[in-house]
Design a protein around this ligand. Structure first.
Ligand SMILES: [Mg+2]
Length: 367
């Protein structure tokens, strides 16, 4: 059995409202969808949600990478995922979100061949995944209001974006904590916005708000700074932008710079590499979170499967599809029940129906 055809689509999905983090503001997620068709009546779906700020990719570079990769995959067995990833890495360096789209589609096919939901095939550790809801940067008052709204909707964990201005960041966290009470889990993400000294000072002031962890307080390439903050803070430190690949995970662990690692399919190149990061981290007693980068329900549902499958992925921030006004998946998206995301009980990733008006026609077909 082999890959017969790869179709590539370009989709633009609007956010409900501008989404601001320390690195910038997004109003739209421009993603690339791949459909991998086999010669045995099974097809797989994958998504790339590129971020120029995080991985240097754009929809254009994703399509250029797929243009080089796709012809090499025609005729290959879609279940030889390690081999496909090797070929992709030999063909183009970097381009993790383009590779993640192909990897995701192959995992979709794997689950369909096994006739089981993907999470059951790759580990099956849990059946539901508790996600947080992310509060983009606004005034402290507005963020507190958004927090209350999210809790009323059933969320039990919130991720507060900070990293703009240390004083105001403390106010943001204080107002959110005061408005939601003590039972809600709070975590914060500075997206590299502080210097190591600033981070230590701010985190000291935030100790009393019972935070689970802080994501990426300092610059991605400053491992020494990250280790310094970790040594001087009682709040657990999570690496996000500092860890793209399994190799990065090993480096941060060796530098004693992290308590936790945030895995994203779009940073690491897909489910295969994500599982390698989770395994390296597990061996170092470092739990992981799985996050997202503007994926629609397709990429999010794939990530929900991975989180459900994997013991060491203990936290989830899988909400980007909820922040988007435009929906790509009509049927088969991971359900949201309160704060829980439920992987669909269908073979593979489980996508059953895509809004064809949003998907449009393929912009490229390889056969
Ligand atoms: Mg982050």
């Amino acid at each position: 059995m082999g890959i017969k055809e790869i179709r590539v689509y370009s989709v633009k999905l609007q956010y409900k409202e501008p989404f601001r983090i320390a690195l910038g503001t997004s109003t739209e997620s421009h993603n690339v969808i791949v459909q991998v068709i086999t010669d045995f009546e099974i097809e797989g779906w994958g998504e790339a949600s590129p971020s120029q700020r995080i991985t240097g990719e754009t929809p254009q570079t994703v399509m250029e990478a797929l243009d080089k990769i796709s012809p090499k995959l025609i005729g290959m067995c879609p279940l030889r995922i390690e081999h496909v990833v090797e070929i992709m890495d030999e063909t183009v360096s970097g381009n993790p979100s383009a590779k993640a789209a192909i990897d995701m589609a192959l995992h979709d096919i794997l689950g369909k061949v096994a006739q089981r939901p993907l999470y059951r095939v790759i580990g099956g550790y849990r059946t539901k995944v508790l996600t947080d809801f992310t509060l983009g940067i606004k005034s402290p008052q507005e963020m507190a209001e958004a927090a209350v709204k999210a809790i009323e909707q059933g969320f039990r964990a919130l991720k507060i974006k900070v990293g703009i201005n240390p004083e105001e960041d403390v106010e943001r966290v204080a107002m959110v904590r005061n408005s939601v009470g003590n039972k809600v889990a709070l975590r914060i993400d500075a997206n590299q916005g502080w210097t190591p000294e600033q981070a230590v000072n701010v985190l000291k002031k935030l100790e009393r708000f019972d935070l689970e962890f802080v994501e990426q307080p300092v610059k991605a390439n400053d491992l020494e700074g990250l280790a310094y903050v970790r040594k001087n803070s009682t709040i657990p430190i999570m690496a996000d932008e500092a860890v793209h690949s399994p190799r990065d995970a090993l480096k941060t662990v060796e530098a004693e710079a992290v308590d936790l690692i945030n895995i994203k399919l779009m940073k690491c190149g897909g489910i295969l590499n994500a599982r390698k990061i989770a395994a390296i981290a597990e061996a170092a007693a470092v739990p992981c979170m799985i996050g997202c980068m503007g994926e629609s329900g397709l990429g999010i549902t794939a990530a929900v499967h991975l989180a459900a499958a994997t013991k060491n992925i203990r936290y989830a921030d899988l909400d980007s599809d909820l922040l988007l006004k435009d929906k790509l998946i009509e049927k088969g998206c991971a359900e949201l029940e309160g704060s829980l995301r439920i992987p669909p009980n269908q073979p593979g990733i489980g996508i059953q129906k895509i809004f064809h008006g949003k998907l449009g026609k393929p912009i490229k077909v390889y056969r």
